[in-house]
Design a protein around this ligand. Structure first.
Ligand SMILES: [Mg+2]
Length: 427
C-alpha cells in the first residue's frame, strides 16, 4: 500500500504542447475476407483446420484439423469458423491531437469495443497530453474495473494505448521502440506459425509452430495421431530446426502430461497454451509434471491473459515462457511491466502474434529474442502481411528476420480505401 500523504494532484497537460482533440473508434467492413483480422479467412484457409469429411487432407484443398476449446462438440468440431471465431472483427482507434497528428491503434473487438471506447474510455484521453500515457492508462483501468479486468474491455484499452504510443512517436519523430529504450538488436528473428513447417524452413524462418490436431475427446487414436504428426514433421525438417506445438486451450493437465512424455524424443521447443486460461491451479500442476518428467520443452502460454496482474498468475505457477499479445493484454504501457516482471524471474517472453506491434516490443526488450510471424497465405506457402490489407505496407520477414523501420510511431499507415472504416458510435 502506498503511503498516501495527500490527495493525488491532477496531471495538467504540459503548457504549450498539443492536446488530444478526439478519440475515434472505427470498425472495418472490408470487401475481402482476411482484410483486417487473422481469424477472418476463407473456409479453405489452413487456419480453419477444415479436414475432408473422411478426416483426411491433401494440403491443397483441405488441411489438418486444429483442436480447440470447441472441438469436443461434434457440431463445432469442423472448421473454426463454425463456432464464430471471426464474428468479432477488428477495432481501429484514432487519437488526433489539436495539431492534426493522428495516432492509430488496433485490436479485436469490433462494435462492442467501439462502444466502450467512444461512450466511456475516450473521456480520460481527450483534452490530455500524449506524454502522460501511464497516468491515462491507470485512470482508464480504474474507471473501467467494474466491467473490464480481462478480455474485450482490455482489448479496447490496448487499442487506445497503442494509438497513444503511435501518436507520441509521431509527435517526436521517433519509432515507438526508441521511446521504450531503443534498439536491442538490428533485426528481429521470427518463427512461422504455420501448417507447413517444411515450407517455413525453406523460407528461412527461425523455427515453425504448428497446431495440434486432436484433443482429449478424440481418445487414444487422436493421441497416437498427434504424436505421429510431430514425428512426421521432425523427420521432414531434420533434427536441428526448432518445432513448437500450439494446443490452443484444447487439452487438460493429464492429456498434456502424457503428450509431453511421448514427445520427449522429438525435441519440441515449446508446448503452447494447452489449458484453458483460467485454470491457474492446473498450470501449477502441469508445470510440476513437466519438470518432474524432465521434459525439455518450455511451458508456453499467455496469449489470452491480460495485464501485469494476470501474467503474475502465470509466472507464480511456473509457466516458463509468456506470450503477451500487446494488442490484447493492455498495450505497450502494460507490456513493459509484464516484460520487466518476467525478466526479473527469468521467465522467457515471446510476443504473441500481432505482427508489427510485437516486433516493436521485441526490438525494445533485450530479453525478447524471438517473435511470431503468422503465415496468412491459404496454403501457408507464401509470405503475406499479417493484417491483410489493413495497412498500406507491413514489414515482412526476409530469411527469418524482420527489419523494422525508423519511421515515426509504429511506421504504419491505415489502408483506408480497402477497409471501409465505419464509426458506429460517433459523438
Ligand atoms: Mg497460440
Amino acid at each position: 500500500m502506498s503511503p498516501f500523504l495527500a490527495p493525488l494532484e491532477d496531471v495538467q497537460p504540459q503548457a504549450g504542447s498539443a492536446r488530444i482533440r478526439e478519440v475515434r473508434a472505427l470498425v472495418p467492413h472490408p470487401t475481402d475476407a482476411g482484410a483486417s483480422d487473422v481469424h477472418d479467412t476463407a473456409a479453405s484457409h489452413w487456419i480453419q483446420g477444415l479436414a475432408d469429411a473422411d478426416g483426411g487432407w491433401d494440403h491443397q484443398t483441405t488441411h489438418p484439423p486444429i483442436t480447440n476449446p470447441m472441438s469436443r462438440y461434434p457440431r463445432y468440431a469442423g472448421a473454426r469458423s463454425s463456432w464464430g471465431v471471426a464474428n468479432v472483427p477488428s477495432v481501429v482507434v484514432e487519437v488526433e491531437d489539436d495539431e492534426g497528428r493522428i495516432g492509430v491503434g488496433a485490436s479485436t473487438g469490433g462494435e462492442a469495443a467501439a462502444f466502450l471506447i467512444e461512450r466511456h474510455l475516450a473521456m480520460f484521453v481527450e483534452g490530455q497530453n500524449v506524454r502522460d500515457r501511464s497516468h491515462l492508462w491507470e485512470q482508464i483501468w480504474r474507471a473501467s474495473i467494474h466491467y473490464s479486468r480481462k478480455g474485450l474491455a482490455v482489448h479496447a484499452i490496448s487499442a487506445i494505448d497503442i494509438a497513444l504510443w503511435d501518436l507520441y512517436g509521431k509527435t517526436l519523430g521517433e519509432p515507438v521502440f526508441n521511446l521504450m529504450g531503443g534498439r536491442t538488436t538490428q533485426r528481429v528473428p521470427v518463427y512461422a506459425t504455420t501448417s507447413r513447417p517444411d515450407i517455413a524452413k525453406e523460407l528461412g524462418f527461425a523455427g515453425a509452430k504448428f497446431p495440434l490436431r486432436y484433443g482429449p475427446s478424440d481418445g487414444a487414436a487422436g493421441m497416437r495421431q498427434n504424436v505421429a504428426s510431430v514425428e512426421e514433421w521432425r523427420s521432414k525438417v531434420g533434427p536441428e530446426f526448432p518445432l513448437m506445438l500450439d494446443c490452443y486451450m484444447a487439452l487438460d493437465v493429464q492429456y498434456t502430461t502424457e503428450l509431453a512424455r511421448r514427445l520427449i524424443p522429438h525435441d519440441i521447443t515449446w508446448i503452447e497454451e494447452p489449458l484453458m486460461p483460467d485454470e491457474y491451479t492446473g498450470h501449477a500442476q502441469l508445470a510440476r509434471n513437466l519438470q518432474g518428467m524432465g521434459s525439455p520443452c518450455y511451458f508456453a502460454t499467455g496469449e489470452h491473459e491480460y495485464t501485469r496482474h494476470g501474467f503474475q498468475q502465470l509466472i507464480d505457477p511456473g509457466v516458463t515462457l509468456l506470450q503477451p499479445d500487446v494488442m490484447w493484454m493492455g498495450g505497450p504501457t502494460e507490456f513493459a511491466r509484464v516484460a520487466a516482471a518476467a525478466s526479473a524471474q527469468d521467465v522467457a517472453v515471446v510476443p504473441h502474434g500481432c505482427g508489427v506491434y510485437g516486433y516493436y516490443m521485441a526490438m525494445a526488450f533485450e530479453e525478447i529474442t524471438l517473435a511470431e510471424f503468422m503465415m496468412m497465405s491459404e496454403q501457408a506457402d507464401t509470405i503475406e502481411p499479417n493484417f491483410g490489407a489493413m495497412f498500406v505496407s507491413e514489414p515482412l520477414p526476409e530469411a527469418g528476420y524482420i527489419t523494422v523501420p525508423d519511421s515515426p510511431g509504429f511506421g504504419l499507415e491505415l489502408n483506408r480505401e480497402a477497409l471501409g472504416l465505419v464509426r458506429p458510435y460517433p459523438r
